[in-house]
Design a protein around this ligand. Sequence first.
Ligand SMILES: *Cc1c(COP(=O)(O)O)cnc(C)c1O
Length: 416
Amino acid sequence: MYFSEDLLSLADRVETRIEGRLKEIDRLIDFNQWKVLDVFRKHRVSDYHFASSTGYGYNDRGREVLDTVYADIFKAESGIVRPHFVSGTHTIAAALFGVLRPGDHFLFITGKPYDTLHKVIGKDRDGTGSLSDWGICYDHVELLPDGTVDWERVRGAIKENTRLIGIQRSRGYEWRASFSVEDIAEMVRRIKEIRSELIVFVDNCYGEFTESREPTEAGADLLAGSLIKNPGGGLAPSGGYIVGRRKYVELAANRLTAPGIGGEVGAMLGTTRAFYQGLFLAPHIVGQALKGSVFAAGMFEEFGFATQPRWDAPRSDLIQAIQFANQDHLIAFVQSIQQASAIDAHVVPEPWDMPGYEHPVIMAAGTFIQGGSLELSADAPIRQPYIAYLQGGLTYSHAKLGVLHAISSMLGKGLL
Ligand SMILES: *Cc1c(COP(=O)(O)O)cnc(C)c1O
């Protein structure tokens, strides 16, 4: 093989060590695969559901059933799954704009939300059409040093006009643990204790199928995520989903299209089969990516790097954070992940000022779906401490080879 004997035998040792975790992930895959399969069977998903609609897309049966299939898998009252959501950010924005009204206040209790949401939230009536521009006020409460919610501050920050509480399940670009569905259940319980009408919204990006339950099963009222991450199974070409309580999903649908139209229309433009098939594959592929992350953590720990989560820690998202010593490590790592991609392996990524992000970001994104991060990819904001965020892998083998290639090329450059 292409890698040195030393590296391959190290990889073998790591795989022996992580064997138990890989087995657990196999059991998770079986559980979630059955969950998806069972819902497909219940709704009699059929070939004719894949027909493409055009124009208004009235009575697109495939779309209607897909909404219900998502709702059922997430054990929610209702769902909306569309290619018209251009990204995760757009999907989350539709949910927030859908339920919030001028004069409302909302509060993220898991620290600052994901970078791309900062401009959605906006500030000082910035004239951009942000939430702030519409007179919707926002706060967040930083997590405690141990990564848990600061309930004392949260209680103090909830005002009379607070309408919605935001929770981000994934670590995003932060050096913290992701929140398990069990953690989220406890958050929901406490929030509803403070005031039962508060709407609990969860940014579920990167979380789907990483556990046997989803946050809607833990009492969350509204959930949003991207189809070019976990639930698209690597096949969805674009899109997002929202599931949760019927009235809130309807409000989000009104925001996506228009009041009075909501989720009743929307030509699927030939995407429906990929949405179904991707969803069917998602439990397996998420499992492959999780195994890849466990392997990556195990390997980089061998070289003395801090990882989050560690190889044996529980996981509730796809992201494997690895802390490097300096900027050169970071850039070399991301570039070598790109070199191990099936697509655009010849392209050398450089840090750039990506729209929506506050620091230059370098990204390895050699993916079949542009920006698709269920596929093997890596991101690193160029800022201290030098942390790379590795995620995805449509097959365990690819994720493993990507890690081996990265280590091998960093060794070759004298960086390890
Ligand atoms: C990816 C992500 C988003 C935004 O999704 P985009 O598709 O990049 O717009 C929001 N929140 C979290 C936690 C994410 O991982």
